[in-house]
Ligand binder design. Structure first.
Ligand code: HEM
Length: 476
């Protein structure tokens, strides 16, 4: 019972009595920002808990505890079980992809290592997509629904590398890939309302991910069949064998029936991990740019000098320290989620601040609050676009403060073993998109100089989905 529950010792933000905790859960959904901030200030570098509808969420903060969570091996804390609780992945992704996440190694070993050779394709797709979605010919300003257009362009550029042309331009496929994230969220909400023993039945009949999977399979299975035929016929002599995510997944799945049967599911899971994370991030950044055109001159100078000298190469993108810093600062002050490092404890855990966490507990880190703490970032409330490039210059260090580098103070991509494996790809793609915008367009808001407020949905931080950015073909 409640008094013997070891979680009782962990302080609660909001009501903790059994029925009242539902009110707490409701409040957390609508006021996650204030509640996490209150917990962080009161129990900094320690632990507090908040009520979710069906369980407690234990929130840690501070370098030491982040480091402890990072160090726990997978048999102590589980990322996958965390995903199971948070998004019902076993049902929304499907059992095989949820339980056998072989795409992580594919992303690390194929996608990340091929970034330089893939960039020309990504650039080509970025160019095509911008022409289509933001034509901005002539001298007039064009009003663009930024968040949804960024999602379209990110989906195109990413899927150029995931499935190639013509699929990455097929409106039906793109719609399924983009909307899959929403499908997962709807599925999760429905599944969380029903008791565990009913979930597989409910998942079978009542959640949208299933029909999305079927429709995607209708489009993509012919491509998979064709590739399998060519592989059989030509084997190692297959000269123009595609170099894309689907092919790498197929190679990795070779000889494994479960994997081969669920390739399309895995493709959707990768789109889930890639699209809205990336498009929300770039939209946050774009809003800073459009609200403060004074940064444009500096960024443009950096981008144009490097592109003129080196062309659109990965090496050139890596040298864009100011742009990298701009993206990282945007990620620090906005982020796309106020929590990170979400895990389920598989064993009883004793943390160094004295907190005891029983096996089965859902834990997470207060990323947003840590990122907005003056002790970690002087003048943390201030958007200081070149904060990180200045640090890089001072320290004469190449990489510690770059966008993709995680640390105990910077956990937007997680930290440690499960840190986002797609972040190197995302950094490249988003930097290329922003550089493309800087070179080709002027951007601003209708109400000049005012960045629209972010929208919080539980702990997710979404750039205003209704805001319009004005684009105009660059004037010289
Ligand atoms: C700016 C864009 C992105 C952001 C902010 C982001 C953020 C994250 C975060 C916070 C995690 C969890 C880390 C943890 O809990 O330790 C994660 C995991 C993951 N991300 Fe990303 N991500 C982004 C883009 C991508 C892309 C483009 C891909 C795929 C190409 C991707 C694939 C994954 C995968 C597969 C995982 C699970 C890793 C594991 O289980 O070990 N992400 N990402």
């Amino acid at each position: 019972d409640r008094w013997r529950n070891p979680l009782h010792k962990i302080p609660t933000i909001g009501p903790s009595a059994p029925l009242l905790s539902y009110i707490g859960a409701y409040r957390f959904f609508h006021h996650a920002r204030e509640i996490l901030q209150e917990g962080y200030i009161t129990y900094k570098a320690s632990t507090f808990k908040v009520a979710l509808f069906d369980r407690w969420l234990v929130v840690i903060s501070g370098r030491e505890l982040v480091e402890e969570i990072r160090r726990f091996p997978d048999d102590h804390v589980s990322f996958e079980k965390g995903a199971q609780v948070m998004i019902q992945s076993k049902y929304t992704f499907g059992r095989e992809p949820a339980e056998d996440p072989y795409h992580i190694d594919v992303i690390r070993e194929k996608l990340t290592r091929n970034l330089a050779s893939l960039l020309p394709d990504v650039m080509d797709e970025i160019q095509h997509a911008f022409h289509q979605f933001i034509p901005a010919d002539g001298d007039d300003w064009t009003s663009v629904s930024a968040l949804s257009v960024m999602a379209q362009i990110v989906a195109r550029a990413s899927n150029r590398v995931f499935v190639g042309v013509p699929y990455c331009r097929d409106p039906k496929y793109l719609k399924l890939a983009i909307n899959f994230t929403g499908d997962v969220n709807k599925g999760r909400v429905i599944l969380n309302l029903v008791p565990a023993f009913l979930r597989s039945v409910v998942a079978h009949y009542f959640i949208p991910t299933r029909s999305t999977r079927r429709q995607t399979a209708e489009l993509i299975m012919p491509l998979i069949d064709e590739r399998q035929r060519l592989q059989r016929e030509q084997g190692n002599n297959w000269i123009d064998k595609p170099n894309d995510m689907l092919m790498w997944l197929m190679d990795e799945a070779e000889g494994n029936e479960d994997r081969l049967r669920t390739l399309v599911q895995m493709l959707l899971v990768i789109n889930f991990a890639a699209i809205h994370t990336s498009s929300n991030s770039i939209t946050h950044t774009l809003y800073h740019l459009a609200a403060a055109p004074e940064y444009v001159t500096l960024l443009r100078e950096e981008v144009e000098t490097l592109i003129a000298k080196e062309g659109w190469t990965k090496a050139a993108l890596m040298k864009m320290w100011k742009l990298d810093s701009f993206m990282k600062e945007s990620q620090r002050v906005n982020g796309i989620n106020a929590i990170s490092l979400t895990r389920i404890a598989l064993q009883d855990l004793h943390l160094s601040d004295g907190t005891f966490i029983p096996a089965g507990t859902l834990i997470t880190a207060a990323a947003g609050a840590m990122h907005s703490d003056d002790e970690n970032y002087p003048d943390a409330h201030k958007f200081d676009p070149f904060r990180f490039s200045k640090l890089r210059e001072q320290e004469g260090e190449g990489t510690k403060h770059q966008y993709v580098s995680t640390s105990t103070d910077y956990i937007s991509f997680g930290h440690g073993k499960h840190a986002c494996p797609g972040r190197f790809f995302a950094a490249n793609e988003l930097k290329a998109m922003l550089a493309y915008i800087l070179i080709n367009y002027d951007v601003k808001f209708e109400r000049e100089g005012v960045r629209p407020e972010n929208k919080w949905i539980s702990t997710a931080i979404v750039p205003d989905p209704t805001a319009k950015v004005l684009f105009r073909k660059r004037q010289n």
